[in-house]
Write a protein that binds this ligand. Structure first.
Ligand code: SF4
Length: 384
């Protein structure tokens, strides 16, 4: 819950409210467990269960997990720290997964991006994704999402303790739009100036392309303080035929409708959308695929040689982020060759698309994009 909500709840439950409660809230988030002598704004996040480290050119990538009950006792109210989780059995837990990714900023300063999960598992069934192999086990609460930040900030040994966690991306397990109320509640806490105090512009919500969710989240972007919230969309394919084969969501929400929803997303000074494109060898990596992606981004501005534009709408204020495929367990596809990645990016650039490459980090500990998820929990029925 936010600081103000905590102060109200504190007073209502007989604890000191007002300034004292606000200070207690700030100590909880800024100083960690050591900062609290009296009850804080949470029963406390789940402890870190597993910690896996791998090297990258910018430093060590840390994937960590926390155990949470497999089932909630009741559906949580977003922001309600009084939610208590009913546990059906002593060891009946599932794992959240988070990844702490080292970055070197433009001014050579070091910082971390934290990739958080919004669900355990995922119902979306994307063919290239490890998490999809689990199915959806359950959605996480506000506390459990914020608890991932708290663990990264206060409970695990960061390889570079001086480097701050400046960015949070909802790109871990789960589809954030499937758990939107809790995601919005978590963003309210993460950006609370008395709490984690992250800048809204440093928070990214990544969706598989749920059009209803994009529109619902877009309404929040009009709120004061929310204008710079970043949106990322997994495109991953240039045509409905290929995309529906990779991502079942496309059968209900095809590319033209997705593009309409993206064009409606409120853009405030300097912000842009991120279109993610997982490059899979032999599936979506040809020059004509790059041309179709350019058409998706540029709309009517893009006119293929001798043809009509594929998409007629306005140009999207978007950057394409090319992500070389990270093979999941039992993957039918390998990782792409460097030359293919370079050629695909060059083709996009030549069409006038702003394009970047996501550098692969954490592949050997299954911490890279599309690799989260514990196969041991795969669709195991919950004990009730
Ligand atoms: S890519 Fe994202 S939306 Fe698709 S199955 Fe994986 S976690 Fe879910």
């Amino acid at each position: 819950m936010t600081a103000q909500a905590y102060a109200r709840a504190s007073a209502a439950s007989g604890l000191p409210g007002g300034r004292e409660a606000l200070n207690r809230y700030a100590r909880f988030y800024r100083l960690g467990p050591a900062g609290l002598k009296a009850p804080g704004p949470s029963a406390g996040p789940a402890p870190v269960h597993r910690r896996l480290v791998s090297d990258s050119p910018e430093g060590q990538v840390v994937k960590f997990t926390q155990l949470v009950p497999r089932r909630l006792g009741a559906e949580p109210t977003p922001g309600d720290a009084a939610v208590r989780l009913a546990v059906s059995g002593g060891d009946d837990r599932v794992e959240t997964e988070s990844v702490l990714i080292p970055m070197v900023g433009r001014t050579r300063g070091r910082c971390y991006t934290l990739c958080v999960s919004s669900q355990v598992g995922c119902a979306m069934g994307c063919g290239f994704c490890q998490t999809a192999q689990m199915g959806l086990l359950r959605s996480l609460t506000v506390e459990e999402i914020v608890g991932q930040w708290y663990a990264a900030r206060h409970l695990i040994d960061r390889p570079d303790p001086e480097a701050p966690i400046t960015n949070v991306v909802f790109m871990g397990m789960g589809e954030p739009m499937d758990n939107l109320a809790a995601v919005v509640g978590a963003i309210e806490v993460l950006t609370d100036s008395r709490g984690p105090a992250l800048a809204m512009s440093r928070i990214t919500v990544s969706t598989v392309g749920r059009i209803d969710g994009i529109r619902a989240l877009g309404r929040h972007v009009h709120r004061p303080g929310w204008h710079r919230l970043a949106l990322a969309v997994s495109l991953n394919a240039p045509t409905d035929e290929i995309r529906s084969g990779l991502m079942p969501v496309n059968r209900a929400m095809p590319l033209a409708r997705l593009r309409e929803a993206l064009a409606e997303w409120p853009i405030y000074g300097g912000s842009h959308q991120c279109i993610e494109y997982v490059l899979i060898p032999g599936v979506n990596d040809r020059h004509e695929h790059a041309d179709a992606v350019a058409s998706f981004v540029l709309g009517a501005e893009h006119r293929p040689a001798g043809g009509e534009p594929r998409y007629d709408g306005p140009r999207l204020t978007a950057m394409v982020n090319v992500i070389p495929y990270n093979p999941r367990d039992g993957s039918p596809w390998p990782a792409p060759d460097e030359a293919v990645v370079d050629a695909f990016m060059e083709r996009l650039k030549s069409r006038g698309v702003y394009v970047k490459r996501r550098r692969t980090k954490g592949r050997d500990t299954m911490a890279a994009c599309g690799q989260l998820g514990n196969p041991a929990l795969r669709r195991r029925p919950a004990r009730v």
